[in-house]
Write a protein that binds this ligand. Sequence first.
Ligand SMILES: C[S@@+](CC[C@H](N)C(=O)[O-])C[C@H]1O[C@@H](n2cnc3c(N)ncnc32)[C@H](O)[C@@H]1O
Length: 489
Amino acid sequence: MDFGCELERTRGVMSRSGIRIVDETHFGEDEIDRKLCRAANEAAKDLFLGNENPSKPPRMLYDGANSPEEGCSKNKKARARNDVGSAKELEQQVTRYNEQCARIEAKLPLIDCKHFDEYHLPAGRELIKEGDLVVVFESFNDLNFVYAKKDAIFSNRNGHFKHNSFIGKPYGCKIRSNNNSGLGFLYLLRPTPELWARSLPHRTQIVHELDASMIVHYLNLCPNMTVCESGTGSGAMSHAIMRSIAPRGMLHTFEFNKVRADKAKKEFEEHGLGHLVQVHHRDVCGKKSLLLQKSGEKPGEAGDEPKAGGSRDDGPNESENNGVEEDDGTGGFLIGQAKAHAIFLDLPEPWLAVPHAAHTLCPNGRICSYSPCMEQTQRTCAALRRNGFHSLRTVEARLKEFYVASVELPVPPTDLPVVLSEEASSIEKVRLANGGVLTPNQLEERADLLGQKRKGDEQESELEPKKVLCARPFAQMRGHSAFLTFATR
Ligand SMILES: C[S@@+](CC[C@H](N)C(=O)[O-])C[C@H]1O[C@@H](n2cnc3c(N)ncnc32)[C@H](O)[C@@H]1O
């Protein structure tokens, strides 16, 4: 998955005005490219500084200590004063400018990156290459996945498919089976968080598309945010969060099951998302330390694992350390000095994590807790209020998908004259005389008579099949889902 470039891949310096100074060494040995780049840089500087005379040398971008706006007006004033500045002065300015560029570039991670539009969306790489994750569309309800590998074979009921025939093909293409005379086929899809959630190897229950979309929206996630999540589980929600905070955001995901934490970390790296996530092996509720406090032991003495109380997630916890941060049993979201813009909890006892979340969130930060049971939701809401959260809102999203298509339905002819029986026409007369009003008995009688009349019609005349556009709900509704509680710190 390609949600954004890694920092090292970004070349150039962006001013907040949106003008970009590009590092010309990026263009390698090609002299024409370098010249073009240099000319574009000069034009960009002149644009920013309002230099209408292209023959004049570039001026200072802005003073590092000031805002660009201040810098700009300061430069304009300076320009008015020194319009006929000495060559030496201009040379000094250019040197200062170059130094400043170097300083800004060194501080690139701190630059407000919202202007790097070109990195907000997936890079749009079209061709599948070796090692790439490919979502395999087998049928409407069957999605699978493979990592494209030379000489490997993907087999299903439709036939055998050689990975060699995937490599170099564009995403979205249709591949025919090697055996089965090519009758079986599949589509190779570019992975997205939604497709991945439908094809991933489930290690736990996961957050599905509908809830994920609500969560991302109501947490106000946007590019470059710092977000905390617990637990990681199968990593389905993590992918949705990462797509929203790319290209330079950071997801800290906390999981107390070591095996799951390790697997998630490996998967994120395989999907090219390692730069957007840090996996922590940690009990965010700090139940271990609570247990130790109760029993009077010191941390590290007891070997018992914290026991989760819910139904969505319990599991084994045995594996070697694999570079994932170790749990010290104290609980909380440890992310150094940083504060999180948003926190997402998918835990059996989220209320235990709420005090830690309150500590980690920045002012006005948002929290969401996902709980399948109302009792969990109630306890979480109480904990949120106790810990100073406001604007609490609990919602349940239900998915009702419709199938819209043309179908053939028998439709009675509308051009036949309606002949009413004697009784029916006498009731009709009464109805008209009463201004369209009938007593309940008369209404019942009228319905019977008209019903008989229609049955008679069906027997007499053949019903014509007609194509009509119809919308039907699907019988299967994916997505309970859970109660989603949102709040603001
Ligand atoms: C239902 S799963 C999360 C699924 C995940 N949201 C997804 O979409 O794939 C819950 C996870 O929380 C973990 N967990 C439970 N209690 C925890 C705690 N106190 N600290 C950290 N992780 C915890 C469980 O091990 C489990 O993997």
